[in-house]
Design a protein around this ligand. Sequence first.
Ligand SMILES: NC(=O)c1ccc[n+]([C@@H]2O[C@H](COP(=O)([O-])OP(=O)(O)OC[C@H]3O[C@@H](n4cnc5c(N)ncnc54)[C@H](O)[C@@H]3O)[C@@H](O)[C@H]2O)c1
Length: 240
Amino acid sequence: MGVANKRSLAYGCYQALQAQGAQLILTYQNERFKKSLSQFIDEDVQLVECDVADPENVKTAFATIKAQVGSIDGIIHAIAYADPEALSGETTDADLDAFEKAEVISVYSLISVAKYGREIMNDGGSIVTLTYMGSERAIPNYNIMGIAKAGLEATVRYLARDLANQNIRVNAISAGAVKTLAVTGVKDYSKLIELSNSRTVDGEGVTIQEVGNTAAFLLSPLATGLVGDTIYVDKGTHLM
Ligand SMILES: NC(=O)c1ccc[n+]([C@@H]2O[C@H](COP(=O)([O-])OP(=O)(O)OC[C@H]3O[C@@H](n4cnc5c(N)ncnc54)[C@H](O)[C@@H]3O)[C@@H](O)[C@H]2O)c1
């Protein structure tokens, strides 16, 4: 869930999972994204509409997936949104509407995805979401999205506890900064990426392939020991 274009972190996940022979289904937000996907995604990959702003859409999307394939083994949730006006200045500038929107799309969506996804998920399944270090540190302009990511990481822990009775694992990847559509909403995002890259072990930013490979690992039985965790995949930025 969350491939917008070839720069998307979810596209790195798509590529990594495809390399492992997974059968993939992509969900897209609306027709505009579907059009974009159809230009570079293999024709045999199923595309299902799912605007997570309304949980009813999530319910419908998983019902559609059930009708098409029966059951699934994993979900990658790579979705977040906040109005660009809320991703600049100070946290007190954000109004309640902007805050609620960010929480609904970036946090509650993981709950609704888990709620309806678990109904069609096989024993031993795995759910992975994408988060960012702005959950723990006050990153310039990240503001309410940092608060949302803190909520998302807490959501991962609670879902991990609750889905354990179905033998489904839930984890998060905390990715380093990568230039994607979502990041361009953050004011001065180029500076953020530059600073982030300058603090990696070799001065080069993490790639979407590296993020995707970790996602493929987390979906696989190699990661059965990882439950409710947030794993940094940022080439060391969080340490420096
Ligand atoms: N790019 C980074 O530096 C970075 C770092 C750490 C974490 N992340 C996280 O990775 C995830 C993926 O973002 P990305 O950077 O690949 O950007 P992206 O713009 O490629 O992907 C964001 C996706 O969210 C989807 N989305 C937004 N609102 C939606 C809605 N209402 N319903 C359904 N889908 C919706 C968009 O359609 C898009 O596919 C996000 O959670 C983001 O916060 C990104």
